[in-house]
Design a protein around this ligand. Structure first.
Ligand SMILES: NC(=O)c1ccc[n+]([C@@H]2O[C@H](COP(=O)([O-])OP(=O)(O)OC[C@H]3O[C@@H](n4cnc5c(N)ncnc54)[C@H](OP(=O)(O)O)[C@@H]3O)[C@@H](O)[C@H]2O)c1
Length: 276
């Protein structure tokens, strides 16, 4: 049995799906099981990563723990996992955790989570994916209003990864040998600009969509309406100052899962209904 945190989110849901598809029983953590979907072999359980005691009963009998980074309770959750005899922790981290400079809040919390996992005892695997294709859902409110998407960092190419590929990599890290103490850095198959993603999405939806590149000062102002300043600074550090290069394509998904990483065309085809 595997305990999967973030199970209602883009990545955790794919980890749940991949483990369940492999016939593994899953405990899927959410703060609100009442709103969780119903999936065969999956038991949705209540817990909050900021309240480690709420996870303790769910760790009993778990072979593996899939952990999201950056929560207050992570060291205690990891200590409890070790105490419960969990045999493998797979941590979702991010590509910035590997940067030499811990100068921004995102890099800091990812690196701290990685340190906690390395120091926690149970065998571990860390996944540092590139930015997710599902970040494209951020455009949904604009797409409901019209055909123009105003996007920050429009000149920055990113090899966005399909969450399904992260789920598949995590499942292999749990279920097959050779992943202990390793950091996997899966990416999507090609670097895409925001305008490339919008073009592909437009084709899938049969809509005439146009990207408007936001100048950095306007982008900062707009992001500050919904995002804490330290996080806005981190994104500017990565994508405006260019400290993070997420355009690099790696063969990790193919090497670990035996199939190529999924394209943005595949992701949009699968999620077209959400955009309609
Ligand atoms: N976006 C990227 O490109 C990127 C790249 C690398 C790494 N990451 C990391 O990946 C993480 C997951 O991304 P995602 O897109 O899957 O997120 P998401 O779709 O927003 O889902 C967040 C998940 O976290 C759970 N959650 C939130 N607060 C919680 C708490 N206090 N205790 C327990 N669970 C809690 C939510 O569950 P309930 O609401 O059901 O409780 C939900 O399942 C991000 O938070 C980030 O740290 C993101």
């Amino acid at each position: 049995m595997f305990l999967v945190t973030g199970s209602t989110g883009n990545i955790g849901a794919e980890v749940v799906r991949a483990l369940a598809a492999a016939g593994e029983p899953v405990r899927a953590l959410t703060r609100d099981p009442g709103r969780a979907p119903s999936l065969p072999g999956v038991e949705y359980v209540a817990g909050d990563l900021n309240d480690p005691a709420s996870l303790r009963p769910h760790l009993k009998g778990a072979r593996g723990l899939f952990l999201l980074p950056g929560y207050e309770g992570e060291r205690q959750v990891l200590a409890d996992a070790a105490g419960a005899g969990v045999e493998r922790v797979v941590l979702l981290s991010g590509s910035s955790a590997g940067l030499p400079d811990n100068g921004n809040v995102i890099t800091r919390f990812m690196a701290a989570a990685e340190r906690a996992v390395r120091e926690s005892g149970p065998p571990w695997t860390i996944i540092r994916p590139s930015a997710f294709m599902s970040n494209t859902f951020q455009w949904l409110p604009q797409l409901r209003e019209g055909d123009v998407v105003r996007a920050p960092f429009a000149t920055v190419p990113v090899a966005n990864i399909d969450p399904a590929d992260i789920g598949a990599v995590a499942a292999r890290a749990f279920l097959t040998d050779g992943h202990e103490g390793r950091i996997h850095m899966p990416t999507g198959p090609e670097p895409l600009l925001p305008a490339d993603r919008l073009r592909i999405l437009a084709a899938a939806l049969g809509r005439d969509l146009r990207l408007e590149a936001l100048p950095d000062d306007v982008a900062r102002e707009e992001m500050l309406r919904t995002t804490p300043p330290a996080y806005v600074d981190a994104f500017f550090d990565f994508y405006a100052a260019g400290t993070l290069d997420e355009s690099i394509v790696r063969p990790t998904v193919q090497e670990i899962t035996g199939r190529p990483s999924r394209t943005f065309e595949q992701w949009t085809a699968e999620h077209a209904a959400t955009f309609r």
